[in-house]
Design a protein. Structure first.
Length: 362
């Protein structure tokens, strides 16, 4: 008897998108395109609150920062980790929410800034973790879109995201709003005038980034089944966010890695034609990202590189700005591309299968 022939199962076909759906008709397109206005509103509305919180942090410097988030908000927390550790010099780590919500294990949180990031402010495990941290002595701060949410009512201080209603399941403008709020806080905390100037230019930059043409990425990724998304430093959080959007809106298996970590094993899967999207800001990480990108090219990978000033095969347009601001501008350009790719692949980006806007994780 012959052995059975084993074949790799095909990815499930998407639910057919509405026949008249176009990239410009989706709610994701509409909401992501509002990011410029959202950030402008947020910077003005939060100015006094940010200064007051920053003054408290300077007067009583935290011994550590712990971030608390899920999904896109957790990718914003990755951005916060790199920005706080490189600009403030305070150790920053991500909370494992089940330590509080499942194991009910007490932790020593005195002198800690506990930073919760959420669009809805309703997830039970996030609330349980914040409640435990506050009881253990942490100074709790929420970056949340819903100012009337249980999270906003629970914490010591709130920085509203001011993103407005976000009905598409895929978070876009609320993610960018979280990045801008984090940057605003760090600029005020450190008195970094250059960072503050870069942030002031962000609303105008987002409008320009939204207009950039990433159509070549749609054409190259439409037939793809797997890809890597790479970034480093403050750019790693947007790489994580992009990989999630590929999964939830495009039905495309994407994995995010640090441009350094990809060398430790994942590079073994890179063969000729393997697609890789690289987010590369112009900072101290540039040389290492260039070396990694050259290694990918040597393996004949299909490299798409987003970086200001980059030209040549696979280059995607990006805007020059403060190095901490460049990743925020790139993710705005990415959102427009991902929305178009979703529709091109037959999906409805506003209604990913098996997903809800608020995740009730315990």
């Amino acid at each position: 008897m012959e052995a059975p022939i084993l074949t790799r199962p095909e990815a499930p076909a998407p639910e057919p998108a509405p026949s008249r759906l176009t990239p410009e008709s989706t709610r994701m397109f509409l909401e992501a395109g509002q990011a410029s206005r959202v950030v402008a509103t947020q910077l003005e509305a939060n100015a006094a609150r940010v200064e007051a919180i920053a003054a408290r942090l300077r007067a009583s410097p935290p011994r550590a920062v712990v971030t608390c988030a899920r999904g896109s908000s957790d990718h914003a927390a990755t951005f916060a980790k790199y920005l706080i550790e490189t600009r403030v010099g305070v150790l920053t780590s991500s909370a494992a929410l089940s330590v509080s919500s499942v194991y009910a294990a007490p932790q020593a949180m005195d002198g800690v800034l506990y930073l919760a990031i959420s669009q809805s402010g309703k997830s039970p495990d996030l609330l349980a973790s914040v409640r435990a941290a506050k009881a253990a002595g942490a100074f709790t701060l929420a970056l949340v879109n819903d100012e009337t949410s249980p999270l906003a009512l629970l914490v010591d201080e709130v920085l509203p995201l001011h993103a407005g209603p976000e009905l598409s399941v895929a978070a876009t403008k609320s993610y960018i709003a979280a990045l801008s709020a984090i940057t605003h806080l760090v600029a005020a905390w450190t008195g970094d005038a250059d960072l503050a100037d870069g942030l002031a230019a962000l609303p105008a930059g987002l409008a320009k980034a939204w207009a950039l043409d990433w159509t070549p990425a749609v054409e190259r990724l439409k037939p793809a089944r797997n890809l890597y998304v790479l970034g480093r430093g403050v750019g790693f959080g947007v790489a994580q966010e992009a990989a999630l959007k590929f999964k939830e809106t495009c039905g495309l298996h994407a994995e995010a890695f640090s441009a350094a970590e990809v060398l430790h094993g994942p590079m073994a899967l890179v063969k000729a034609g393997f697609p890789v999207l690289v987010f590369a800001q112009n900072d101290e990480s540039r040389d290492s990202v260039d070396a990694m990108t050259a290694g990918l090219a040597a393996r004949d990978a299909e490299v798409l590189l987003a970086r200001a000033g980059e030209t040549g095969e696979g280059a995607l347009p990006a805007l020059a700005a403060h190095p901490a601001i460049e990743p925020i501008l790139m993710i705005q350009s990415f959102y427009r591309m991902a929305n178009a790719l979703s529709v091109a692949r037959g999906y409805d980006p506003d209604s990913p299968p098996h997903l809800n806007k608020v995740t009730e994780t315990v």
